[in-house]
Structure formats: structure tokens, C-alpha cells
Design a protein around this ligand. Structure first.
Ligand code: PLP
Length: 361
């Protein structure tokens, strides 16, 4: 994966295009072709006149892929989370959320007016403690399925049991698992059917390489959000051409297993190479491979060293992550080649070696 032009060329290990679909010519061709046919924008919100047969077809195809009854297409993951949380919970209700949930879920909680109870990362006992504190009113147990800055997974199956035990609705945002993990790329939550995971959220801007997001679940859920999800109702629908391009990306994702297999090979190669070189990665089996640096300064120094060697990685600092846990967020893609993975490992080893001793954790 090569990005940039002229002298500013680098190998990108910072994005979320895990399957290489954002730069897949067949998808880009479909976008251009559909734009010639439908124009560049939807021209209105979905409920007014922006809802197009391409949107409907994509919703059906996503529902089929994810084995759900219905899907609601939203303009972005941010919109999907606002619509879902504030559509399902309000004043007098309770939201029990992982402390490391994505910012959009935190903002959605604030906007909803429901009481927000957070628990230490991926801790089932703490989930139970917080659910015990909830009064009457709706209870939503909410989490990222794959944590965007850590790459680790929520204990989804256990959460489904806990949700049932406490009569809570389980809501999982699988922005980084859809397309990448699970059988056929159905995501980190693929083991959970609609009865056990009634509200599944995913984005189309990551592994699917486009833009937009969705909420998947029962027909009554989707009908409810169509009317009550304010960030769905009061925003311009996705361009129909974008929906057409995502349909093409979804078809490739389902057909071309090699993308997922290649990505998982890269994950294995990268972790093995890191272990051999003594590069300390956080535990993660996903495309997100963080290296905990600790301080902001060390994180920035490492990212600068890597950039000088032609590799771009995310330098993630507070407030995105808790203080003292600044990190390089390294993301792998099927679009990388093995030599690029090895090159990054060598550059990381050099960069870590160039630090003053004792400065990296
Ligand atoms: C990226 C992300 C979002 C936001 O999705 P956009 O489509 O980029 O707005 C929501 N949730 C999680 C967990 C994410 O990683």
C-alpha cells in the first residue's frame, strides 16, 4: 500500500482500509459509473426524497450478509451511534458502557439524557455491578466489539448472557470487525444471532472502504429508528452512488476470501516478527496492532523516526486514550505486501533503538 506522490511517498500503516477496498479499481469504477447515472448527491434526507433504490438494495444485502431481519443505512458511524443510543434511551433510562468506548458512543450517551454508568475495560464483573445500580427504565449494555485504539475484543458472548440476566438490550459497535473477523467476515460478533445481539452497528468507511454506517436488527427496531433517530431523520442521505459503490465492495468482500486471509497472515507475520525483535506490542489478534509508548513525547519521536524511514503510523495521545498510555496505532491491510510488513518491523526496531534507554515502556 503506497500513498502520496512525488517525494512525499510513504507506506501507510495508519488507516482503516483493512481489505484494500478503498483503493480497489472495481469499486472506484462503480462509484464513477453510478455518479454519472444518479448524480453526485442524494439531494435530501431519506424521509423527504433522498432514499434511493441503491440505498434499499444495500440495506437488503447487508441484512443478508449479517443474517439480520433489517438494516438502517446512516450517513456515518457517528450518525448511527447518535441515532441508536438517543433513539433507544432517554431521561429515566440507563446506559452501561465500557470506559474505552468510541467517542461517538460517549457523545450519544450525553445527548440521550439517559444516565451513563461506565465500567473498567471489558470487565464482566464490573458490568454486573453497574447493571445492579440501574433502576427501572430501559437499560442498554453498550460497547465497541473491537476497540479502535487497542485492537482487542469485547467479551461479546458473556455480554449477551449478562444482558439477558439483567433484562438489558445489548448494543455492539463492530466498526473494526465487520469485513475482517469471523466466518465470511461477518465480524467480531458473528457468533451472536439477532436474538442475543438485537442491535448491531457497523461502519462502511473502514473495511468496506467507502463512507456510511448501519444499524442491523429487527424490523421494529429499524422502523423505530427511522422515526426517532434524529441524526437519521435530519441529515442528507448518503449519495446513491456511494451506496452503489459499497454494494460492489460488499460483493468483493464476500467473494474474495483472499483479502481476509492475507490480512490475517500479515497479523501473524507482524506479531511474530515483533516478538523476534523484542518489539512490545499490546495483545491483539486484529488488524489494529498498538505499541504502547507511554509518554506523548516518546510516541511522537517514534512516529517521526518512522516517517523519516517512509512509514506512516498513528501517534495516538490523550484525550483519545487515557493519560500515560500514548501509543503507536499500527494498522495492517490486505493491500500491504509481506516485504512492507518486514520493512516496518525493521524500521520499528531501529526507531526503538534510537530512543534514550528506558524511555519506552
Ligand atoms: C470509526 C468509528 C466510528 C465512527 O464511524 P464514522 O463512519 O467514521 O463516523 C464509530 N464507532 C467506532 C467504534 C469507530 O471506530
Amino acid at each position: 500500500m503506497q500513498v502520496g506522490s512525488g517525494r512525499a511517498r510513504w507506506v501507510d500503516f495508519s488507516g482503516n482500509d483493512y481489505l484494500g477496498l478503498a483503493r480497489e479499481p472495481a469499486v472506484a469504477r462503480r462509484l464513477a459509473e453510478a455518479a454519472r447515472e444518479y448524480g453526485s448527491g442524494a439531494g435530501a434526507s431519506a424521509l423527504v426524497s433522498g432514499y434511493h433504490p441503491e440505498h434499499q438494495a444495500l440495506e437488503r444485502e447487508l441484512a443478508d450478509f449479517l443474517q439480520r431481519d433489517a438494516v438502517l443505512l446512516c450517513s456515518s458511524g457517528w450518525h448511527a451511534n447518535l441515532a441508536t443510543i438517543s433513539g433507544l434511551a432517554g431521561r429515566g433510562d440507563f446506559l452501561v458502557q465500557d470506559r474505552l468506548c468510541h467517542a461517538s458512543l460517549v457523545d450519544a450517551a450525553r445527548l440521550s439524557g439517559a444516565r451513563l454508568l461506565r465500567y473498567p475495560h471489558a470487565d464482566p464483573a464490573a458490568m454486573r455491578r453497574q447493571l445492579l445500580r440501574c433502576g427501572t427504565g430501559h437499560r442498554l449494555l453498550v460497547s465497541d466489539a473491537v476497540f479502535s485504539m487497542d485492537g482487542d475484543l469485547a467479551p461479546a458472548e458473556e455480554m449477551a448472557l449478562i444482558a439477558r440476566e439483567f433484562d438489558a438490550t445489548l448494543v455492539l459497535d463492530d466498526a473494526h470487525g465487520i469485513g475482517v473477523l469471523g466466518p465470511e467476515g461477518r465480524g467480531a460478533t458473528a457468533v451472536l444471532d439477532q436474538a442475543r445481539l438485537p442491535v448491531l452497528i457497523g461502519t462502511l468507511g473502514k473495511a468496506l472502504g467507502g463512507l456510511g454506517a448501519f444499524v442491523a436488527g429487527s424490523r421494529p427496531l429499524v422502523r423505530h429508528l427511522v422515526n426517532e433517530g434524529r441524526s437519521y431523520v435530519y441529515t442528507t442521505a448518503l449519495p446513491p452512488a456511494q451506496a452503489a459503490a459499497t454494494r460492489q465492495a460488499l460483493a468483493l468482500l464476500r467473494r474474495e476470501n483472499w483479502r481476509r486471509e492475507r490480512l490475517l497472515e500479515h497479523v501473524g507475520r507482524f506479531r511474530e516478527g515483533a516478538a523476534q525483535r523484542g518489539i512490545p506490542l499490546l495483545p491483539s489478534a486484529t488488524a489494529i496492532q498498538p505499541l504502547l509508548a507511554g509518554s506523548e513525547k516518546v510516541t511522537l519521536d517514534l512516529a517521526r523516526h518512522l516517517a523519516e524511514r517512509g512509514y506512516r503510523v498513528g501517534a495516538i495521545r490523550p484525550p483519545t486514550v487515557p493519560a500515560g498510555t500514548s501509543r503507536l496505532r499500527i494498522t495492517l491491510s490486505a493491500a500491504h505486501g509481506p516485504a512492507q510488513i518486514d520493512g516496518l518491523l525493521d524500521a520499528l526496531e531501529d526507531s526503538l533503538g534510537a530512543l534514550p534507554t528506558g524511555s519506552a515502556q
